[in-house]
Write a protein that binds this ligand. Sequence first.
Ligand code: SAH
Length: 237
Amino acid sequence: MTSTMSSPWRATILTLYPEMFPGPLGLSLSGDALARGAWTIEARNIRDHGIGRHRAVDDTPAGGGAGMVLRCDVLAAAIDAAAAPDDPRPRLLMSPRGRPLTQGRVRALAEGPGLVAVCGRFEGVDERVIEGRGLEEVSIGDYVLSGGELAALVTIDACVRLLPGVMGKAASGVEESFEGPLLEYPHYTRPRDWEGRSIPEVLLGGNHAAIARWRSAAAERLTRERRPDLLGQDPAK
Ligand code: SAH
């Protein structure tokens, strides 16, 4: 149980909707680990650093156009209050323009001290704060969300399940999709026959070598059918 000996993995989220956290991460495996102190989460309201009586956080885009943009001075003040300059945690900006999140990046984040995640809203954030505070733009896929909060929840969930002692059986993470070059093989459990469909015979025979062969053939077939782009790709990427 290294997690209880060393300091816990720390997530800090900067958001206009702190009540969205821990949200689903307060349940199940991540919730149990949170209650045990294996990791911590702090959601901070960007609006606490808003300007004037109305605590404004956004303004109209320079050059015109639709929507509003989060102000760089407001966001920078929120970031500076949340993470000291010597805070070793990476500072992520959830962004559809970012590098797509991969299991490799998740593993590296989980092995580190935690993360600071900035959640955009509206049209996004003033470009200058990305440069000025060294934010790493991270996308969770090629589609547009209405805010960065769900993307932060997805990213943190993927990290937390890799922390030592969080998953029931440590081994169950190793054979999964994206931990190797192949998608995962299909699973079955009782009942043996269901609506005319039965469990493949080889899985019931107890021949472990034959089972391993069947599983790797199934994983390879599924990967070829669904994600040929993964074949031959370095799984660490
Ligand atoms: N105008 C922007 C989209 C803004 S969506 C554009 O076209 O690129 C509002 C906020 O939602 C973003 O600032 C970002 O924080 C978040 N967001 C939207 N889609 C996302 C995605 N695929 N991954 C991560 N964050 C996303």
